[in-house]
Design a binder for this molecule. Structure first.
Ligand code: GSH
Length: 278
């Protein structure tokens, strides 16, 4: 593992590391923010999953989350959004292939050989982080858009691994919207039955056997993708039907950008910090 960036931020350190991922079969970058409290002992971790076209850089340079992470004593780990490198399959569209891994394990050629972002985010990356950095095994997960889909879906599938899950502007039902239909069709194939295991709204209709992971979602009402791709009303209905705890906040005037995330990331950090303290 090689450290490729290291900067003081909000009393702690914002770094980027590069490592060889066995799960993805390629070199990957991830960002980690360690708050000042990590100097004195291990701290809990929030995993942040970014959206389409992003890398590990977008959140650390645009969200302004470091000051809140320092306030609450929480580390933040940001993986990239797909496998990378010349040997990795890609597509000319911004919404498939590199930058668009959708946090699932692909089953179809040519994607299946590298596109295993679910296993990377859920297993390989936390094991690596917990081995090399002063962090505890108390984890929370959050993300934006495609990464909001990833955070909610992962928390529903792995309730033992995460204390809390939140999302900004998430794709809540990828099986029912164009972004998800394109990606799931490519990565998982035409059998839509296989899609439901990776779809938040579909997962909520399954019988829940664990204590549910509480969900916090913020959505801008001036979001250019709201009606066609995001559809938060489907999440509200699915959570109501399942009795799953959801706080959905709708905000007039805000769009899909990182200006929206930066405006409310403080509230998300405080909410996760409380769950991570328990
Ligand atoms: N239409 C946009 C879609 C991509 C987009 O809006 N990506 C969001 C996540 S879904 C993002 O975070 N972009 C990078 C940024 O704002 O820093 C494009 O073609 O780039």
């Amino acid at each position: 593992m090689e450290r490729i960036e290291h900067r003081a931020a909000a009393g702690g350190w914002q770094s980027v590391y590069r490592h060889q991922s066995a799960t993805l079969g390629c070199a990957m970058n991830f960002a980690i923010y360690l708050p000042p409290q990590a100097e004195n002992g291990p701290v809990p971790v929030l995993y942040w999953l970014s959206g389409l076209t992003c890398s590990e850089q977008n959140f650390i340079t645009k969200a302004g989350a470091q000051r809140y992470a320092a306030e609450h004593g929480v580390a933040i780990v940001c993986p990239d959004t797909s496998p990378r490198g010349d040997e990795v399959a890609d597509d000319p569209g911004y919404d498939l292939g590199k930058g668009a891994g959708f946090y699932l394990n692909a089953t179809q050629t040519p994607w299946a050989s590298h596109y295993r972002m679910y296993d990377y985010v859920v297993s390989e990356l936390p094991a690596l982080v917990e081995q090399h950095f002063p962090v505890t095994a108390a984890r929370a997960i959050s993300g934006h858009s495609m990464g909001g889909h990833g955070a909610l879906m992962i928390a529903l599938r792995e309730p033992d691994r995460y204390r809390s899950a939140s999302a900004f502007s998430p794709i809540v039902a990828p099986s029912q919207v164009p972004w998800g239909e394109k990606a799931f069709g490519a990565y998982l194939g035409i059998d839509r039955q296989s899609w439901s295991a990776w779809d938040t709204v579909a997962l909520l209709s399954r019988p829940q056997t664990h204590t549910p992971v509480p969900l916090l979602v913020d959505q801008g009402l001036a979001d250019e993708f709201l009606e066609k791709q995001l559809r938060p009303e489907l999440l509200q209905a699915a959570c109501d039907a399942a009795g799953h705890p959801l706080q959905l906040n709708l905000h007039a005037g805000y769009d899909h950008s990182y200006y929206f995330i930066a405006s409310f990331i403080g509230e998300h950090m405080a909410w996760h910090a409380q769950a991570l303290r328990n």
